[in-house]
Design a protein around this ligand. Structure first.
Ligand code: SF4
Ligand code: SF4
Length: 184
């Protein structure tokens, strides 16, 4: 397969662009268009959505949520073994592959001699994460996944965006993959 290269012309920003004026006007234009459209639909009651309510251009978040596409990368989760223990063996492959350097792991020695290590601490800083999926790709144990379908919620402090082992395991579930990456 031959690789295709798409050349992107570099735009030299003028003063208006540097001041974000066109972008602000464009954003206001979209908001106004949605407002007028919603108002028109609500007043006339013409259009009904599948839910039987008036069709509007925006959604009533958080009561209504958009359905994300299957390839959407959501909040990380750590998977569990059949006996409910964490699958992660603290090999550091994910933190090594992470281009944003936002995974912090501390390894502990496992009492089971067949399991060498496990994470005593596993933190991900979601303010630094770029949701590239490299951690998921690098993991040989299907221990970390980004298929929760949840986006990172806004928080009041920067430190609250750092998620820990407990949070990550709460979202996790059982995995049928054999340690080493192959599915049974
Ligand atoms: S998604 Fe990318 S940036 Fe985020 S933790 Fe994984 S490897 Fe790092
Ligand atoms: S790559 Fe997988 S097994 Fe290794 S430390 Fe990361 S989550 Fe754990």
């Amino acid at each position: 397969m031959t690789a295709t290269v798409k050349k992107v012309e570099r735009v030299v920003p003028d003063l208006a662009m540097k001041a974000y004026v066109p972008a602000i006007l464009e954003g206001l234009g979209v908001t106004t268009r949605h407002f007028v459209q919603n108002l028109g639909n609500l007043v006339s009651g013409r259009k009904k959505s599948k839910r039987g309510t008036e069709e509007i251009a925006t959604i009533r978040y958080p009561d209504e949520k958009r359905e994300y596409p299957p390839r959407y990368r959501g909040h990380h989760r750590l998977m569990r073994r059949e006996d409910d223990q964490v699958r992660c063996v603290a090999c550091f492959m994910c933190s090594t592959a992470c281009p944003a350097n936002c995974i912090y792991i501390e390894a502990g020695e496992h009492e089971d001699p067949t399991i060498e290590k496990f994470p005593v601490r596993f933190d991900i800083d979601h303010l630094v994460c770029i949701y590239c999926g490299m951690c998921e790709e690098a993991c040989p144990c299907d221990a970390i996944r980004m298929d929760s379908g949840e986006h990172t919620k806004p928080k009041y402090s920067r430190t609250d965006q750092r998620v820990h082992l407990v949070d990550l395991l709460e979202r996790g579930g059982p995995s049928i993959a054999k340690q080493g990456g192959r599915f049974s």
